[in-house]
Design a protein. Structure first.
Length: 164
């Protein structure tokens, strides 16, 4: 079974947002994450656990959940520094979905047992957090509710089964 990761982007330190990724996924600066900049022990542990085709929930600080994509391959060591600290997102446009209407974090926090489903709610410090299968189901439901023309569940199921 694939994992699901909540990956946080903020404008700091390099003014990067998920919009950069959605607008130009072929630019390596937009799909290669970490590169020695992630320091949270929890995030680094999760990068080690990442596998190809894992689902990524794209969370933009200050906006909410803005889309979905997939891990291109498992975590690796940037410039062979010895620790697994970098991961790559798929850059195949057909395996990326941007939501027209983001899901605010305040809505996620109000879900029943949110702290059990979303590590981000409990810890809130880092870049990469685990999401349970039940949490993913909740996010899919909300994504489709906020974006009624998007068939998120079908998209995720179809693309998890094809090469990303």
């Amino acid at each position: 079974m694939s994992n699901c990761w909540w990956v946080v982007a903020t404008k700091e330190p390099d003014n990067w947002t998920w919009d950069n990724f959605f607008s130009d996924p072929n630019n390596p600066k937009n799909w290669s994450w970490g590169q020695g900049e992630i320091e949270s022990r929890i995030s680094l542990k999760h990068i080690e656990e990442m596998q190809e085709k894992d689902i990524v929930i794209c969370y933009q600080g200050g906006k909410g959940i803005v889309g979905f994509t997939f891990i291109a391959h498992g975590g690796y060591s940037y410039k062979n520094r010895g620790k697994i600290d970098t991961f790559d997102l798929t850059n195949h446009i057909e395996s990326i979905i941007k939501l027209k209407k983001p899901i605010p974090c305040s809505v996620i926090r109000k879900l029943p047992r949110a702290e059990d489903k979303f590590e981000f709610i409990k810890i809130n410090l880092g870049t990469v957090f685990i999401v349970t299968a039940e949490g993913l189901d909740d996010v899919i439901y909300l994504a489709e509710k906020y974006n009624p023309n998007k068939k998120i569940k079908e998209f995720l199921e179809a693309h998890r089964l094809t090469p990303v």
